[in-house]
Design a protein around this ligand. Sequence first.
Ligand code: HEC
Ligand code: HEC
Length: 422
Amino acid sequence: MSQVTFAKLATAAISIALSAAATEPADALEFTDSEIRIIRQHSPLGPPPPDPSNRFAEDPAAARLGQSLFFDARFSANNDVSCATCHIPGLGFANGAQRGTGTGGQLTTRHVPTLLNNAYNRWFFWDGRADSAWSQATQPLENPIEHGADRLQIAHLASHTPEIRAAYERVFGSMPDLSDRTRFPEHAAPTPDVSPRARAWRSMSVADQHAVDRVFTNLTKAISAYEREIVSRDSAFDRFAANIGSHESASAIPESAQRGLRLFVGRGNCRLCHSGPNFSDGEFHDTALPRSGGLRDTGRWGGTRRLLMDPFNSGGTFSDGVRPVLRFVAPRQDSSGAFKTPTLRGVARTGPYMHTGQFKTLREVLNFYSTRENIPRTHGEQGIIRRLDFTESELDDLEAFLESLTGRPLPQELLTAPPSPE
Ligand code: HEC
Ligand code: HEC
């Protein structure tokens, strides 16, 4: 610890002692000016950043259609899976299990992340293999272990379901005529194999493929417009931060949570990665999780390669504008094993945790940060990630702080299928 920080901590300790003795309410911790400055960087959470790749992102009619698609299990191989099967609204849009269960009972390879505050992400998926929320949504629909649907099945379903078609046309204009089954087969998708679906796709003209891709990506742009409404904000912590230094703030979160906050922005160094109002720097780090079985997951390394090859990335034909970050992306060997820093808003309700789902409780996550043995040697993480040796009461405090990040409940009408997609 530098002498300056030590001096600051000492001053803070003295001021806590003094404030406890004075007329302050017993549960008010006194924060230094520099702590207050840092704490204010975490609150309030403003609106999500614009998405230049989706010009329907703020369109409420697109969001209603997207919400309806989100809950619609017909967009799957066996009518058994919707987005809400794995992203369950009552469980913070995660699923409460280590893995997701897709069509036919298949398990996903990674843990289901929360969708709360998805619109604040710069990259999507644990490995960042998508650079927009709408291009992200194209993947589960065609993933054989998730929805297991295919592009033509999805386009046909949207086209011959009157209420979906009407909602679609209100937002995106007329839907192409897909009725000629020789031009538009029942099932087809550009999978890199020799399956009947892949062959059917290759039999289509480029113009017809393009027309189907347009319908497909418009549907996922609608889903991402809905996701922009799933925002966790106005937590007890935000009420605390808004009034920090005043008497009101003291009652917003328990004293234990305030001590946890001090650790979070101080000795815990948590804020270096869980930074800003969404408690995520949006980037990738190797936290040196203990292996939880299976093959080594290359994380960001594989994710970057897939992002650059994805025809639906924000530099592609179906994007309404390049997301600036795409220009700077390149696979880096040292990003292997790095995963995206998740938001911590709402985190008390979205367990289990990490891309592996290997920690059931927040306490287990905190114990991991406290007692870790193997420190990563990649991209400068050594200096940041170290054994923190928290005491039991410090662990209680950090847990109480993380619990104070649970936001105001979302409006009930966002948590189920809307009465109609229109
Ligand atoms: C079978 C379970 C399952 C289904 C169904 C499913 N997902 Fe997911 N979702 C996951 C898993 C697992 C991940 C993490 C995968 C990874 O990172 O490799 C994920 C990741 C995501 C992410 C990235 C979040 C982030 O922080 O980067 C978004 C957004 C998302 N899903 C939205 C959707 C939408 C929209 C649908 C429906 C079209 C959907 N999911 C269907 C399991 C599922
Ligand atoms: C070097 C960057 C970094 C630092 C420092 C850091 N984290 Fe993390 N945190 C991450 C990443 C990356 C993940 C996801 C890891 C994974 O899944 O492989 C994560 C995951 C988590 C999760 C699980 C969230 C979820 O939804 O799965 C919690 C809780 C958490 N961190 C809290 C903390 C706390 C508390 C501290 C300080 C003691 C801290 N983090 C320090 C980067 C960091």
